[in-house]
Structure formats: C-alpha cells, structure tokens
Design a protein around this ligand. Structure first.
Ligand code: HEC
Length: 344
C-alpha cells in the first residue's frame, strides 16, 4: 500500500552509537485512545495514522498553527508568469526526502523540514538531537555514520535567504563553497546518494532564489488546495522531463509525487468514509504505472499514462475536497488528533 503506510516499519528504540532513538521518532502507534478514530488504517500490522511533520515539532509549541499555515516562500518568483524548470525542480528536491538517505529518507525528513520555505524552522525539536527549539545536532550518527562525531552539539538552524551572498558556510565558516557545503549536507550529513548534476544544479538555483528582499512575510494556508497546487506544479515538471526522456530526473520527480500523495493521505486518515483513501490509492496506482513505463524507457506509453493520470486527478480532486472539513486539514480535528497522539 503505497500511500497511507510509510515505507518503513516502526521498531522499538534503535541504538545508534551512544544515542537511543528518541521515542518521539518511533512513530505513532495506534493506541486505544486513537483507535476509534482510525477507520482507514486499521489493519493489524499497520502503524496507523501519522502526520510526518509531527515527529519534528516541539510539543510545547503551537503545532496546529505550524501545520495549517506557513510563512510564504521568500522569492519573487511567480510560477504562473515566469515558470522556470530549474526553480521548480530545485524546489521539488528541497522538499524530497529521497534527496537524502538512510534514516532521514525513511522518516520523511527533507531540507524543507528544517529550512521551512527557506527559513529556519523555529519549532523543530527532537529530544536527543535538539537542545532548544530550532536547534539540531547535524553531526549525529543517527543520520550518518560518516559525520557522526559522538558528541551532543546542536546548532541553530539558519535561514537560507540570501545564501549565495553569505559565504563561507557553516556556523564555524568552514566551507567557502555553497555547492560543496550542500554536497556534504546531502551525502555526508544525511547519507544520501550524490544527486545527478541536473537535480543538484536545480537545487542550487532554487536556493539562490530565496531572498530577504523578496520576503513579503505573509502567511499561506496549508490546505488541500495548496497541496494539490504543489502536486500540479510537480506534475508540470514531470511532463517536461518525460518529453525530454530524462529517466533519472523523471523517476526522482515521481518519487516526490508519491511522497506528496502520501502526505495528503495522512490528512485523511481520520475520515470515516473510505472515499478519500480510494481516490488517493487510485492516483497512486496510476502514477506507479507511469513509473513502470519510464523504467522500461517506454516514453510514449509513459506520456499517455501520465496524461490520463492528470485527467483523473483533475476529475476526482473535488471528491477529496468534500472531506476536507472532516480531515486533518481542519484545525479543530488536527488539535484533537495531536492531543490523542500525545496520550497514545
Ligand atoms: C535536521 C535539520 C536540517 C536539515 C534536514 C537540513 N539542514 Fe541545512 N542546516 C541545518 C543546521 C543546524 C545548519 C547549521 C550547520 C552549521 O552551521 O554547521 C544548516 C546549515 C545549512 C547551510 C549553511 C547555512 C549558512 O548560512 O552557513 C546550508 C546552505 C544548508 N543548511 C542547506 C541545506 C539543504 C540544501 C538541505 C537539504 C539537502 C538541508 N540544509 C537540510 C539543519 C538542517
């Protein structure tokens, strides 16, 4: 089941060197208090309803707010006017756990988790990794055996605005090159594979678009319509890379779309009706068919399958919308869900 269940299984505290896997990371097990809410993920070996971002958020902070509205991206880029493949692809990479490796990828961590919309996530807090909200130990063996230094040394998460002008990089100014610093983040800190030149280059372009002088500091609702818009933006990139028969990038983008679908599905896990899940499973299956065609370099077929995916999403999105008010997009339900998560 691709969408609602995360790829990893949750196990009891894992030991990584000196660190005990923080219990907050061990995922949400469906407990008695919550079980009545769960109609979708009720199978015995399922780890149940979860909101990926909840595991990184300081319980003392206003998590409902964090999960329902967000500071806009500080860029002057308007995708409806001057669409840029590089910015869009870089933006996708920035939000893709699959850019990273190991535990980070399995837990759904991405650049966006810490540098939320290019800013600094002041609510990031993981017991064992953070000393105060907005800090994290990036040299922990939990994420990477390469950089794990065996010390508890959390650092404030910086904003990435104007990053191209603020060399050298790192709290100790250790790295003159932004590209090299970013390679180290991906490949050493978070155990990712070296990204292909196209994806990495696009990430650099996206980073350079994050500017303080383009910062209008307003809030955007994190609602279904926003998530669907993001999905459409990602799909537009896929239609281009498919046309170019760029297999590696297309597969990366499809993985990002699966991640987006999974995160939308997370918001519907509390809904009593089976409808939203059925819709999202359908989208996910169709996307998988596109991926299989790309895998076999059958680009014409992939294109056709992708066109019908787009049509399907277009037609069925309204069916999801009907359940938004009873989903975890609704602040009241989210508040209740978080309380249950706390008491699990
Ligand atoms: C777990 C949280 C976390 C994640 C995930 C993360 N970062 Fe960071 N990032 C940090 C912290 C903390 C620092 C400060 C590290 C330091 O100063 O040595 C940092 C520093 C940086 C810097 C240097 C900033 C400066 O002004 O010197 C860049 C650039 C950066 N990160 C980019 C990224 C990119 C790109 C990704 C995704 C590939 C990413 N980060 C993922 C927490 C994170």
């Amino acid at each position: 089941m691709i969408i609602t269940r995360s790829a990893h299984t949750v196990s009891s505290p894992l030991k990584f060197g000196r660190l005990i896997f923080p219990s907050v990371l061990s995922g949400l097990i469906v407990g008695g208090a919550l079980a009545f809410l769960i109609t979708i993920n009720a199978s015995a070996n399922d780890d149940g309803a979860r909101l990926t971002d909840l595991q990184w958020l300081d319980p003392r902070s206003d998590r409902v707010k964090f999960l329902t509205e967000i500071q806009t991206e500080p860029t002057s880029y308007d995708p409806s006017k001057d669409w840029s493949l590089d910015i869009e692809l870089g933006r996708i990479a920035f939000r893709s756990p699959t850019l990273l490796g190991g535990l980070a990828a399995r837990r759904g961590l991405s650049c966006q988790t810490c540098h939320t919309n290019g800013r600094s996530n002041q609510q990031f807090f993981v017991a064992g990794l953070s000393s105060s909200p907005g800090t994290v130990d990036t040299t922990t063996a939990l994420f990477s055996r390469v950089l794990g230094d065996g010390e508890f040394n959390p650092i404030k998460i910086p904003s990435l605005q104007d990053i191209t002008e603020t060399a050298p990089y790192g709290h100790d100014s250790r790295e003159p090159s932004l590209a090299q610093f970013t390679h180290t983040v991906i490949e050493s800190e978070f155990a990712g594979e070296k990204p292909c030149a196209r994806i990495f280059g696009a990430l650099m372009v996206y980073l350079s678009a994050l500017r303080t002088d383009a910062d209008i500091a307003t809030l955007t609702q994190l609602d279904l319509s926003r998530d669907l818009t993001n999905l459409h933006r990602t799909a537009r990139v896929l239609s281009t890379t498919l046309r170019q028969q760029d297999k590696e990038t297309s597969l990366f983008v499809i993985a990002a779309m699966h991640n987006q679908l999974r995160r939308i599905a997370e918001r519907f896990t509390i809904v009593q009706s089976a409808k939203p899940k059925a819709v999202l499973v359908g989208w996910s299956h169709q996307l998988k068919a596109v991926r299989e065609a790309i895998d076999q370099a059958a680009y014409q077929e992939a294109n056709l399958l992708f066109l019908s995916w787009q049509q399907k999403v277009e037609e069925e999105a309204v069916q999801l919308g009907e359940f938004e008010q009873v989903s975890l997009y609704a602040p009241d339900h989210l508040r209740e869900f978080i309380a249950a998560y706390e008491n699990r």
